[in-house]
Design a binder for this molecule. Structure first.
Ligand code: 6R9
Length: 695
């Protein structure tokens, strides 16, 4: 592992692939950081509103998008409904903290509504009968379908219910639900009335849900009785109740809870219910009027909050706004997946993560496609499940995470080959670097060597794809996200913030805003500026390392901060450490990532016990179990450490800083490559830690 300044380079999966047929020159842009760019008055020959047919066309459009973002994005936005058009100088920004507060505006002066554009617009254009949402249950016999017109009615009913409960424009609404149709419906209902949704992934614990509701001041919570995931039932409402009590203990009252009865998992009779505060979805929402006027909002009106992990303990509430997010999620969905109205598209991500926001709830519906909402897991009842769903609905575009592919790949090719996948045209990957072996399996076995693979690099903060291939327009290389999308100007920086040209390795930063740039960290603009714009003034700092090869292709090498990526889920090591330290026997904890064959990275936790606990700082298996259970309780099951390593002492510098580099080497059994450890206060700690491996 290489060290650049304070930052560590993560796993290097960036083996050079085959030579690309063409190389691309990414134009440099002006270094002026405070800019106001008016729309170009020149007549435009090309447009990104149509399908893009050649690499030359991409290059032409890309150059336009960088030279004149205001004009380029206005052209794309013109196909949507705007109650009021944006101003001529709708785009301005400052990315340089030295010059004043960081801000980004797109489509300033414009007034619109994303729910209107995702639903009403299609109905108004005569596509109300097109299937919009297809539900595929955990149990393969459970399915449901809603057309665009029916989805609109459901959204309106819920929007009316929310209004009846006093939810107003700008209020935040927490959503803690499994992958059932009511989840995207709830998101759209909030957007319809200008409320800001804050979806909390159904795998999070009561503590995590409570922290998010409190931070966002969400007085209304939409939830569900429970869910079946494979053969396991999860009582979501019980967890939600605990979260509401935790909020009350902190003096914050969640006063309205709407509960959907998911009776195949947990019936109403088995669901805790507090009359007055709680309401049953099926009985109250169904009787609401099925039309609801749209709340027209300014382009920069907040659309949603989504909490994500960073290098410090407290998750950040990433805020996205309406107009820019709408246009960027629509544009990336359209071009990256080649979407056309009526296509059957399937993204396996949960709406609790950004992928489920941009590439399930919003982007695809803005394009009028048919979206599958999958409640289950890819291996239930058998590892053929995904391919059976592909065959059943004739899925054209399929978007999933490398961790799912690695686990399916292990189950053998026969599950895939037993199903008809001839409908597939485009395959996508997201969430973590895809190792070339999984890439090839995806391409050759799943896609029968016919379908291009879109390895999409992006983040909660970017709201949409940043670096990604476009189908068939240039040659992919297994493991590379390839080239930037329109409007995206990547830069590879050295540790001092110098931009590296040509072939280079460093940290990945972005030089100018794209429409769905995060606008702030909720209630903490200072943290936004320090975290994303502080490390390299003038740039958005991604937190990822990358390499650019001779063809200009980007290879993401993993996080360079204290964030680990487990099965595509971002987890802050500091969050796991504070959950471990909450155990009365734990004096100190240090968490690092290590290579895991299925999850990409696993969680490796070093634990120092309190004086008098265990023998010579070594505990027993029961204590390990308790520590792991504590993390499940505090964060959620997906953050449970894979390994607990007893650490009577941790490798610290004389100033008391833990040398995580050393811990990573010991976790990956590479202690012979420790490098210089002379700055350690007590170098003998290393040998004693190595001796305790597996204890
Ligand atoms: C969309 C999403 C973001 C982090 C990101 C990076 C990793 C995502 C990737 C990828 C390599 C890809 N990441 N896609 N790394 N190749 N195609 O996952 O958002 O949950 O915020 O995670 O995930 O490390 O910084 P989020």
């Amino acid at each position: 592992m290489q060290t650049v300044g304070r930052m560590k380079f993560g796993r290097g999966q960036c083996k050079a692939g085959q030579k690309a047929t063409r190389s691309i020159h990414i134009p440099r842009v002006s270094s002026t950081r405070i800019v106001k760019i008016a729309s170009a008055a020149t007549a435009v020959q090309v447009t990104a509103r149509e399908q893009i047919k050649s690499f030359e066309q991409y290059k032409e459009l890309y150059e336009w998008s960088i030279r004149d973002p205001a004009g380029f994005w206005a052209d794309f936005a013109s196909q949507f409904h705007w109650e009021k058009k944006w101003a001529e100088d709708h785009f301005d920004y400052n990315f340089d903290v030295r010059k004043g507060p960081v801000f980004v505006n797109f489509f300033k002066g414009g007034v619109t509504n994303i729910c209107y554009n995702a639903l009403d617009r299609h109905v108004a254009e005569g596509h109300g009968a097109t299937p919009c949402l297809l539900f595929e249950g955990n149990d393969p016999d459970r399915q449901k379908a809603l057309t665009y017109a029916e989805t609109l009615e459901e959204v309106c009913k819920l929007a009316n219910w929310l209004k009846a409960k006093g939810v107003k424009k700008g209020d935040t609404v927490a959503i803690y639900m499994p992958m059932i149709l009511e989840l995207p419906i709830a998101m759209l209902a909030c957007a319809r009335i200008g409320a800001v949704h804050s979806v909390v992934f159904g795998g999070f614990s009561a503590d995590s849900l409570a922290g998010r509701m409190e931070d966002a001041k969400s007085r209304v919570l939409l939830t569900c009785s429970g869910v079946m995931r494979a053969t396991k039932s999860i009582k979501l409402k019980s967890i939600a109740d605990k979260a509401v009590s935790l909020c009350a203990e902190q003096g914050f009252n969640v006063d309205t809870v709407l509960v959907y009865e998911n009776d195949n998992a947990i019936a109403a009779a088995d669901t805790p219910f507090t009359p007055g505060r709680d309401h049953w979805w099926q009985s109250e929402v169904a009787s609401m009027p099925s039309t609801c006027p749209v709340e027209w909002v300014d382009s920069e009106h907040p659309l949603f909050l989504l909490y994500t992990s960073g290098s410090t303990g407290k998750p950040k509430g990433v805020l996205h706004t309406t107009g820019g997010y709408m246009i960027y999620s629509a544009a990336t969905s359209k071009h990256v997946f080649g979407l056309q109205r009526g296509d059957v598209y399937w993204c396996t991500a949960d709406c609790g993560w950004i992928t489920g926001h941009s590439y399930l709830a919003y982007g695809p519906m803005l394009n009028g496609v048919t979206n599958i909402v999958f409640e289950g897991v890819p291996t239930h009842p058998t590892p053929a499940r995904c391919w059976e769903v592909v065959e059943k609905y004739k899925v054209k575009q399929f978007y999933t995470a490398p961790t799912a592919l690695r686990s399916l790949m292990r189950s053998g090719d026969e599950w895939v080959k037993a199903c008809d996948r001839s409908s597939l045209k485009v395959l996508g990957s997201v969430g973590e670097p895809i190792n070339p072996e999984a890439w090839r399996w995806y391409h050759e076995v799943v896609g029968d060597s016919r379908c291009p693979i879109m390895d999409t690099w992006w983040q909660t903060e970017t709201g949409g794809h940043m670096i990604t291939p476009l189908p068939g327009l240039w040659q992919e290389k297994p493991g590379s996200a390839t080239l930037p999308f329109f409007g995206v100007v990547p830069a590879v920086l050295d540790e001092k913030g110098n931009e590296l040209e040509g072939e280079a390795e460093g940290v990945l930063a972005l030089k100018q805003p794209w429409p769905s740039t995060l606008r702030t960290v909720y209630n903490d603009h200072k943290r936004y500026e320090e975290n994303y714009f502080g490390p390299f003034p003038g740039y958005y700092f991604s937190g990822d390392g990358c390499r650019r090869d001779a063809d200009g292709y980007y290879w993401i090498t993993g996080r360079v901060d204290d964030v680990i990526n487990v099965s595509g889920h971002r987890i802050g090591t500091a969050e796991v450490e504070s959950a471990l330290v909450a155990h009365p026997s734990c004096a100190e904890a240090a968490v690092v990532g290590y290579d895991h064959p299925i999850k990409g990275q696993g969680i490796y936790a070093y634990v120092t016990l309190m004086e008098g606990v265990g023998h010579d700082g070594v505990g027993d298996d029961a204590l390990k179990k308790q520590l792991v259970a504590g993390v499940r309780e505090t964060i959620g099951a997906f953050a449970a450490p894979d390994v607990i390593h007893w650490a009577p002492g941790l490798p610290k510098t004389r100033s008391g800083k833990i040398m995580r580099r050393v811990l990573r080497k010991i976790a990956s059994k590479e202690e012979e490559q420790l490098g210089d450890i002379s700055t350690l206060a007590d170098p003998s700690v290393v040998a004693s830690l190595v001796n305790l491996r597996g204890k």
